[in-house]
Design a protein around this ligand. Structure first.
Ligand code: GUN
Length: 294
């Protein structure tokens, strides 16, 4: 079998087209665009790229977009003061504090300080709780899991009844929330992680296999059940000496060529889940604007 390649760029473009229409409707009725504030502390190069892309996409979608870049030496108190300021700004509907934060800042304290109604990352305990209790109509749902679900739905449809989904990775950003979303679609869900016994054999039972561990090409072809749908959330930069000295390339958490020979459908890296994350951030921002303004 050669897997169908799930086109995340096309799916993201469809989400963004819908976002744009919702932004236009919001602006027409409220007299202002939805607003997104992105906060970056420090100079992590990958974070800088992500934040720049988020700002560019927000402007393309018609948002008011503002970026706050703070030095790596910023104190937690100063960051909390900025969060309080954007919380209080009526023209800002979405706030995203880019992770990871410098080591002297407690991420949980900062994420909990964000107004849950503006928490477009879906990381605030209120939104985590709403998602866990199934109130997805009121929750702001983390972007990467929500985007991954759209890709899964594009292959399997809305119901996952009777399907076994295995999520490899238990992070708060991806593993745990995607497990909740899969459960809500009636999948039977197993969350696996670094301490799971015989991970390969468990993965081979998966009709839907989600890899979100941050380890380059960890999931091998013989971990994949023939006909499975494989969602690769990993974005890892590895050396690529074949491209020249010092060159790198992006790979996922799945050994793509091996897995594509066995799966029925698979997301590529890049061009799979990645574009969906930004698109869902935009969707969450316009959703937050509507939830706040009625
Ligand atoms: N860093 C890596 N992924 C994410 C994300 O989804 N949101 C935020 N805020 N930071 C991240």
């Amino acid at each position: 079998m050669t897997a169908r390649i799930i086109d995340g760029k096309a799916a993201a473009a469809a989400v963004l087209a819908e976002v744009k229409a919702r932004v236009d409707a919001f602006r027409a009725t409220k007299g202002r665009p939805p607003g997104l504030a992105v906060v970056l502390v420090g100079e992590d190069p990958a974070s800088q790229v992500y934040v720049r892309n988020k700002g560019r996409e927000a402007e393309a979608a018609g948002f008011r977009s503002e970026q706050h870049t703070l030095p790596v030496t910023t104190s937690q108190a100063d960051l909390l003061a900025l969060v309080a300021r954007v919380n209080a700004d009526p023209g800002i509907d979405g706030i995203l504090v880019q992770l990871p934060l410098p080591k002297d800042i407690d991420a949980e304290t900062v994420l909990t300080a964000i107004d849950p109604a503006k928490d477009v990352d879906g990381f605030h305990p209120v939104n985590v709780g709403l998602l866990g209790s199934g109130a997805t109509d009121r929750a702001l749902v983390p972007c990467t899991p929500a985007g991954s679900m759209i890709l899964i739905e594009s292959v399997l449809g809305p119901s996952l009844a009777g399907k076994h989904a295995v999520v490899v990775g238990r992070s708060n950003i991806v593993g745990k929330p995607i497990a909740q979303l899969l459960l809500q679609r009636d999948a039977t869900v197993t969350i696996a992680h670094s301490r799971t016994a015989d991970l390969a054999a468990l993965c081979r039972q998966a009709d839907v296999l989600v890899a979100a561990v941050g380890r380059p090409e960890m999931v091998r072809g013989d971990w994949v059940k023939p006909g499975a749908v494989v969602i690769d959330v990993g974005i890892n930069r590895i050396p690529a000496p074949e491209k020249g000295e010092g060159k790198t390339r992006l790979v996922g958490d799945v050994a793509y060529a091996e897995a594509a020979a066995v799966a029925s459908a698979i997301t590529p890296v890049p061009g799979g889940v990645g574009p969906m994350t930004i698109a869902l951030l935009m969707a969450n921002t316009v959703t937050a604007a509507h939830l706040r303004e009625g």
